[in-house]
Design a protein around this ligand. Sequence first.
Ligand SMILES: [Zn+2]
Ligand SMILES: [Zn+2]
Length: 267
Amino acid sequence: MSTLFDGFAGLLLFGALAALANFIGGLLLTTSSARRLDQRFLKYLIALGAGFMLAAIFIEILPETISMWTAHGTGDIAAEAVVGAMTLLLGGYLLIQLFEHTIAPHFHFGAETHPESVLRSSAIYAAIGGLTIHTFFDGVSIAAAFLVNFKVGLLVFIAILLHKMPEGFTVASIILASGRSTRKALLATLAIGAATLAGVVAVVLLKERVSSAVAYALPFSAGVTLYVAASDLIPEVNQKEERNPMVSIVVFAGVALFYFLHRLIEG
Ligand SMILES: [Zn+2]
Ligand SMILES: [Zn+2]
């Protein structure tokens, strides 16, 4: 089974599933008559995803990255190589700070509750544009992890997948809050899904030219994932937690779920 998924078709399948979750998140927002129920569900999914993503970064992606970057030496040589990898991680983190928050005047995960902030078209384009760059690197994360090996790929795929529905919901709610149509809201979820697929394809194409592409893509996209987990999702959890302490507890459940699946998959 693993040889099937090592191929390009397998990578595309996982990318497409992640993209589909973006669309489903949008559908939940735009078609539901019980939107409140969906919001409650998504709130827990955001918390679960945040915990799972943090664990995947520190327990899966970073150890794999360090192993790749220290293959040619020990001691000071290894330490210097790790600085390179950590610089890429920091770069990925700062890239999303730049596009989701420095350039975009208003962006946060979850339901858009400040319609006045997204009435200007420029605010919407900046928010969706920033999110598109982030979702591109969701795809890069998935592809780079599968190119390390199938088990790492599967765990990172689950980590990314868990925040994809809330992400689609977020995009659709920004578009609707700005007074645009349901159709436009769903098109936007398709666009961020397409960016995820583009990220998968980009890694595969790059790997054909640069043999060490995965060694660069893995820490950089992990920096993006770290931003999403720690600086997009956790603040949303903390805001919700003021009314419902359970939400914060689910973050720890996300970490526990990661350890459980890690044991199950890697044995
Ligand atoms: Zn808002
Ligand atoms: Zn994402």
